[in-house]
Design a protein around this ligand. Structure first.
Ligand code: GCW
Length: 608
């Protein structure tokens, strides 16, 4: 590690290059590798240079994890072709939903970066198999629209060259209305001849500077971004015109499906936000060009603690899909609270899209891209909370192998980062493994979501989104809580495969953590263990805050076993997490006790 704070994260001594023999094996797919350790040397076989690089990183990591080099025998093929990070970085240097300092790439409307740091970042990403990156926010603001012009492209090409050394290809987020906002045309109608020609010219210009650009990323008709719907055109009309422009260069359009009405009336109980993506995109299945990937958020709402899978992921049959995950902890503690995203990702990947298939089994078929919204910034330790590096690491590992176990990944990260023989590695991995359950316990109960402070989304505010326009309602009353999304309610369940829908339809078979996502239930409803819903709310909220107090004890005992700077950085955050958890506990418990009049069976302190 260059700095005590863990600047180089899990990469550790991989920086000091080991020598491995390399051979070409044309039978291996792109990016894949085979590592063999017999015969006195470690040999990496691959069909391409990227595979050789991934093999070297993997072999180095295995050796640091204590595997005897002579016994190495690993063949590994990535499940997803594109393993991509999306930065939500603005050109003024701020990062939307960023909790690790400022942008690594932009300041004052310019590209502005430390080339050595970018090279470290590229190497860090490559070490876990990431091969694409979009630097600018999908919410296009001001000068970021001009990244596709001669004014900005020369500098962007220099950045692309640094990433290229590590086989990481750039993506540019573009404004759907760019023909107007950048090109000065009078329309951005995708069926207009002038607009089609403008996108072609733009693609030619961009590829002139960055010949291996992975493609364009578009957030259209979403949260005030422009899009084809506003012009009376379909999402496919919009995506396909860009796809046509990129096709000659082998480029891909990553078209986001986060399309919903963000100006809903809370009195409207018919419109149901989680139905929106399917309603917009499912009817268009099969009409998107071959070089369009529909980028679908893992859940149907927005990266809440517990959500079912987005029904669109399983429903689309004839369209390429990208699974979008949030590495940055927007709703999950903002890199103050400890939250190992590998655990909910593993849960999502092993969730069923039909009786016989899980989400991870769609990889290599319909799903060929995994996207993570980055949690990195210019903080010295990359992620604000150094333990949140585990989330970036886990993203790469799961994008490469969606069937990998979250436990293995977190233990590997901890050992690679703190040292294989370190006393700290195991307790830290254990904390990470418990972290999401602890966080979920003091958060909104059983899949209802959204009890966060509006705007910045940290901390509790039970009714903060209850009477807003965002389509995010818990509808808590004195006798019942939750939203009925079954066939008796909003009908969301009908968007799922019938076998999956049947599980969700019945409160007795619905996964417990999704109970209030799919059902409106009385507070006296008994959960599987026999505990009434209201008592479950009290119990989990007391447990969650106690869990954080235990993390603090564990962490105190690690003083001296991890670098001091890292120790105090995490300690300070754990103390803030405890304050947060106590606030959640007391406000949630008081709110529901006042509403229901039902006391805690165990007589603990609730403020009335
Ligand atoms: O969850 C919401 C975030 C927005 C984000 C949006 C999206 C980039 O609060 O900050 O905008 O999702 O995914 O587009």
């Amino acid at each position: 590690m260059k700095k005590e704070s863990g600047y180089y994260a899990w990469l550790g001594e991989v920086r000091q290059k080991r020598e491995f023999a390399r051979v070409t094996d044309a039978s291996l797919p792109p990016d894949a590798y085979r590592i063999t350790g017999g015969g006195g040397a470690v040999t990496i076989a691959s069909s391409d240079a990227a595979g050789a690089m991934y093999g070297e990183f993997a072999a180095g990591a295995q050796i640091r994890l204590g595997v005897e080099p002579a016994t190495l025998d690993v063949t590994s093929v990535p499940a997803a072709k594109y393993r991509v990070l999306n930065h939500w970085d603005n050109m003024d240097g701020t990062v939307e939903r960023g909790y690790a300092g400022r942008s690594l790439f932009f300041r004052n409307s310019e590209l502005c970066y430390d080339a050595e740091r970018i090279e470290d970042y590229a190497r860090l990403l490559a070490s876990v198999g990431i091969n694409g990156i979009c630097l600018n926010n999908v919410n296009l603001r001001d000068d970021s629209r001009r990244l596709i012009t001669d004014e900005k492209l020369p500098q962007l090409a220099e950045l692309a060259a640094i990433f290229r050394k590590y086989h990481v290809r750039l993506i540019i987020a573009v404004d759907f209305a760019a023909p107007k906002t950048v090109g000065g045309l009078s329309t951005s109608d995708p069926l207009d001849g002038g607009v089609i020609a403008w996108w072609r010219d733009t693609a030619a210009r961009v590829y002139g500077y960055i010949p291996d650009l992975l493609g364009f990323l578009v957030k259209a008709d979403s949260e005030f971004q422009s899009g084809p719907a506003a012009l009376g055109r379909t999402q496919a009309d919009g995506a396909n015109v860009l796809a046509g422009a990129l096709a000659p260069y082998g480029g891909t359009v990553f078209w986001r499906c986060f399309v919903y009405n963000c100006l809903q009336d809370w009195r409207d109980t018919v419109t149901d936000r989680p139905k929106a993506a399917y309603d917009h995109f499912f009817p268009l299945d099969g009409t998107f060009a071959d070089n369009v990937v529909l980028q679908v958020k893992v859940g149907p709402v927005d990266f809440q603690v517990y959500e079912p899978l987005s029904p669109l992921l399983g429903a689309l049959k004839n369209t390429r899909r990208g699974l979008e995950l949030q590495v940055t902890q927007e709703y999950t503690g903002q890199q103050i609270d400890l939250y190992a995203t590998a655990i909910p990702w593993e849960r999502a990947l092993s969730s069923h899209v039909s009786e016989t298939r899980t989400l991870s089994e769609l990889f290599g078929g319909g799903i060929d891209t995994v996207v993570g919204v980055s949690n990195a910034g210019d903080d010295e330790n990359w992620t604000g909370n150094p333990l949140a590096q585990a989330n970036l690491y886990a993203f790469g590992r799961l994008a490469w192998n969606p069937r990998a176990s979250a436990g293995d990944i977190l233990r590997d990260w901890s050992r690679l980062t703190f040292g294989n023989a370190s006393d700290a590695a195991e307790p830290i991995a254990d904390m990470l493994l418990q972290s999401t359950d602890v966080y979920a316990k003091y958060n909104a109960p059983l899949g209802i979501g959204w009890m966060v402070t509006p705007g910045h989304h940290y901390g509790v505010n039970i009714d903060g989104y209850e009477f807003s326009k965002w389509g995010t309602y818990h509808r808590a009353a004195h006798d019942a809580l939750g939203v009925d999304r079954t066939s008796r309610g909003t009908g969301l369940t009908a968007q799922y495969d019938p076998w999956v829908a049947a599980q969700f339809e019945d409160a007795r078979t619905c996964p417990e953590e999704l109970l209030l996502f799919f059902h409106r239930l009385p507070y006296t409803f008994r959960l599987k263990g026999g505990v009434p819903l209201i008592q479950h709310i009290y119990d989990t909220h007391f447990d969650g805050a106690d869990g954080v107090a235990r993390f603090i004890e564990t962490w105190d005992a690690l003083r001296g076993k991890v670098p001091d700077e890292l120790h105090s950085c995490v300690a300070e955050r754990l103390n803030r997490q405890l304050e947060n958890a106590v606030e959640w506990r007391d406000i949630v418990n008081t709110y529901f006790h006042r509403l229901t009049g039902i006391p805690d069976e165990k007589g603990r302190q609730i403020w009335l």
